[in-house]
Design a protein. Structure first.
Length: 347
């Protein structure tokens, strides 16, 4: 029996055979993408009525005795909430799209991809009679809907009025991977916030001039209107409705370093330099760099407000932006275009 046939059989028995509680089946061969639990004696399943925003669905949910939580018919629930679904027969997964939210659900895998970040719920999706079911927590934890279980009824509600927040910041990374576009602000690695950009995201300057995603570059100061709902990842990710560009640098070759000020130096002619050690924003950026503060260097906080040079002290967390013109010394020396104070030095 070939691999694909094994995979399909495993998926089909994941609930239709394994809904009845007992010992788990473990294959002797290499681990399969879909794990099935085989039960010897059938048990009764409690059928549950499912309503979405007050409307009863034709398809029912169910709860298995001793199961962690009820299961919901994925397509029926998500389509009622306005999602578009695409079934991928090759790997037995479903892609769900609504606004800036992209979710992938794979049969038998407790690993839900939310805007390409994985989330576990403690219960895997299961295919029963050609219908994919997900745990009730999927509606609350992934779709951010309210779930209420009363007796044999599961009520799911999701407010149409979106709840948003506004965050200001400077762009530290721009990503376009297979059409999935995002920008990161106010940090690198696990720091800051990732703003996911979709086809409905409005990008414009503060004077209302329309812009496009390719206009967003490292060092650009923006104000983003985004969802209050965020992933639990580091950094968190959130759907973005509008990006207003407050300032865009003229230099297209801008690079930067995010880290902690190790030292502040003042030369004989009064030139102040800061030594930053941390993480480069790009492959061309330095992990440690000495940046000279000139009369053209912009000094701001995360909100884009001007700060005094005296705020840049040893131990302060900053992001320093500069171009690629650096000395060959170790660490290299360059002129700071902008320094963003992320957090003051700890007392």
């Amino acid at each position: 029996m070939n691999y694909r046939m094994n995979k399909r059989i495993a998926a089909l028995v994941a609930l239709s055979i394994s809904l009845t509680g007992g010992s788990a089946y473990a294959a002797d061969s290499a681990p399969q993408p879909v794990q099935a639990t085989v039960i010897s004696a059938p048990v009764a399943l409690e059928q549950l009525q499912v309503t979405v925003n007050g409307t009863a669905l034709t398809a029912a949910g169910f709860k298995q005795a001793d199961a962690k939580e009820p299961m919901l018919p994925l397509r029926d629930v998500t389509e009622a909430l306005g999602f578009t679904l695409t079934w991928n027969a090759e790997n037995m997964s479903t892609d769900l799209v609504k606004d800036n939210l992209l979710v992938t659900v794979t049969t038998g895998e407790d690993r839900y991809a939310v805007n390409k970040m994985y989330k576990t719920l403690g219960t895997a999706p299961a295919l029963v009679d050609s219908k994919l079911f997900v745990p009730a927590s999927f509606a609350s934890e992934v779709l951010h809907a309210a779930v209420k279980i009363e007796g044999s009824t599961i009520s799911i509600t999701q407010e149409e009025q979106r709840k948003t927040a506004t965050t200001k910041g400077v762009i530290t990374a721009v990503r376009d991977n297979d059409g999935h576009q995002s920008v990161q602000i106010n940090g690198v690695g696990p720091d800051g916030l990732v703003l996911n950009v979709g086809k409905d995201t409005v990008i414009e300057s503060t004077d209302g001039t329309a812009m496009v995603f390719s206009d967003l570059t490292i060092g650009t100061e923006i104000e983003a209107e985004h969802s209050l709902a965020m992933t639990m990842s580091l950094p968190p990710q959130t759907p973005t409705y509008k990006i207003s560009v407050a300032y865009r640098p003229d230099a297209v070759d801008l690079i930067g370093t995010s880290g902690t000020i190790q030292d502040v130096r003042v030369s004989e002619d009064g030139m102040t330099s800061i030594v930053i050690k941390g993480t480069g924003l790009t492959e061309q950026s330095q992990s440690e760099v000495v940046l000279q503060l000139t009369d053209k260097t912009s000094l701001v906080n995360k909100e884009g407000e001007t700060i005094e040079k005296s705020a840049l002290v040893k131990g302060a967390k900053v992001i320093g932006f500069y171009n690629g013109v650096l000395t060959k010394s170790l660490p290299p020396i360059g002129k700071a275009w902008k320094v963003v104070l992320q957090a003051p030095a700890a007392e």
